[in-house]
Design a protein around this ligand. Structure first.
Ligand code: NAD
Ligand code: TYD
Length: 339
């Protein structure tokens, strides 16, 4: 099988490339990425020399470029990870989120329609459902929960989901969607909670917890997200939507305390800062559909997954140093100074 992975130099895209190389040794993988601030070829360093992997630099919003690579390679699957992915950035500059996440998805789908054998998989997020109340742990997102996005990021992802379903219904696009909860694991850019807190703790910098730290996220190791996508894209009916999550709901402050404990750092490093605008309270996933229909299950629970992840960042300090130098410093100062 020939598989196009867009956003391949990002966090989940790079992990997915490694997942495919390990688990499908006869597949040929083309990794595409425009290399924004979040795209990093270092994430793919163990794939770049692999005989079954080719990296192509390019933009999913560039119609001619997309036409050319579809002509050049005869894809069986297109898996779309390419996106602007950070909620905080979307509150400062929504425009690029609409362009990449909606128009980029449309350009890929228009091209897929020319090759009916291609299965298009859209990597979406549980954030399209909005949030759940903190005092109703019985409520979870199911695939039928109405879309009710809160941030420009999640609204752009919800718009893309609706376009995928519209292309499926109107043009018979051969497509599937996965909506996963928060991921953690190797190669995550340190603008997101877990790697940001690990990085700050390692340099004895303050750990900026938004609001009271009581917002809840449902954490899934990136490996388990990759195994879910792989199952969905190969084994499910066109037009299907699957939620993906591992029932690992944690308050942000609990996650931060876990990190400090493992790194043997003082809780005095925690600082409570002004809350995020429109901050979603809680995400919680009902993943029964993928478990029952496709037999998916998570390999990691949060305790062993976070331990292994923290160790990965400790063993890859050079990666962390490289990703947090340069432009990252401006970003960090803009977002966190005087907050
Ligand atoms: P990321 O920001 O780490 O990676 C995104 C990648 O897309 C980067 O390498 C970037 O260079 C690339 N990219 C951006 N614009 C592009 C363009 N126009 N053309 C080509 N490449 C482009 O994000 P991530 O955390 O790996 O997320 C990947 C996908 O998974 C996103 O669609 C996101 O919405 C979704 N998702 C993420 C999470 C999570 O917890 N991180 C959870 C559920 C779903
Ligand atoms: P994040 O990793 O940005 O993912 P998302 O907003 O997509 O869920 O944030 C996870 C949670 O951590 C979210 O409730 C916001 C919170 N958070 C902080 O408290 N401090 C931080 O510096 C960051 C980046 C996030």
């Amino acid at each position: 099988m020939k598989i196009l992975v867009t956003g391949a130099a990002g966090f989940i895209g790079s992990n997915f490339v490694y997942y495919l190389l390990e688990n499908h040794q006869n597949d040929e993988i083309i990794g595409l990425d425009v290399l924004t601030y979040a795209g990093n070829l270092e994430n793919l360093k163990n794939a770049l020399n692999h005989k079954n992997f080719t990296f192509v630099k390019g933009d999913i919003c560039d119609k001619e470029f997309i036409e050319d690579i579809f002509k050049k390679y005869d894809f069986d699957y297109v898996v779309n990870f390419a996106a602007e992915s950070h909620v905080d950035r979307s509150t400062k500059d929504p425009g690029i989120f609409l362009k990449t996440n909606i128009i980029g998805t449309q350009i890929l789908m228009d091209e897929c329609l020319k090759y009916p054998k291609i299965r298009f998989h859209q990597v979406s997020t549980d954030e399209v459902y909005g949030d759940l109340p903190l005092d109703r742990p019985d409520l979870l997102f199911s695939e039928d929960t109405p879309l009710h996005a809160s941030s420009p990021y999640s609204a752009s992802k919800a718009a893309a989901d609706l376009m995928v379903l519209a292309y499926h219904r109107t043009f018979k696009l051969n497509a599937t969607i996965s909506r996963c909860s928060n991921n953690y694991g190797p190669y995550q850019f340190p603008e997101k909670l877990i790697p940001l807190m690990i990085n700050n703790a390692l340099s004895n910098k303050k750990l900026p917890v938004y609001g009271k730290g009581i917002n809840v996220r449902d954490w899934l190791h990136v490996y388990d997200h990759c195994s879910a996508i792989d199952l969905i894209m190969r084994n499910s009916v066109s037009g299907s939507v699957y939620n993906v999550g591992g029932n690992n709901e944690r308050k942000n402050i609990e996650v931060v305390l876990t990190i400090l404990k493992q790194l043997n750092k003082s809780e005095d490093l925690i600082t409570y800062v002004t809350d995020r605008k429109g901050h979603d309270l809680r995400y919680g996933i009902n993943a029964d559909k993928i478990k029952n229909e496709l037999g998916w299950s998570a390999k990691y629970n949060f305790e062993n997954g976070i331990k292994e992840t923290i160790n990965w960042y400790l063993e890859n300090k050079e990666w962390l140093e490289n990703t947090t130098s340069g432009e990252y410093i401006n970003y960090y100062n803009k977002m966190y100074n005087n907050r």
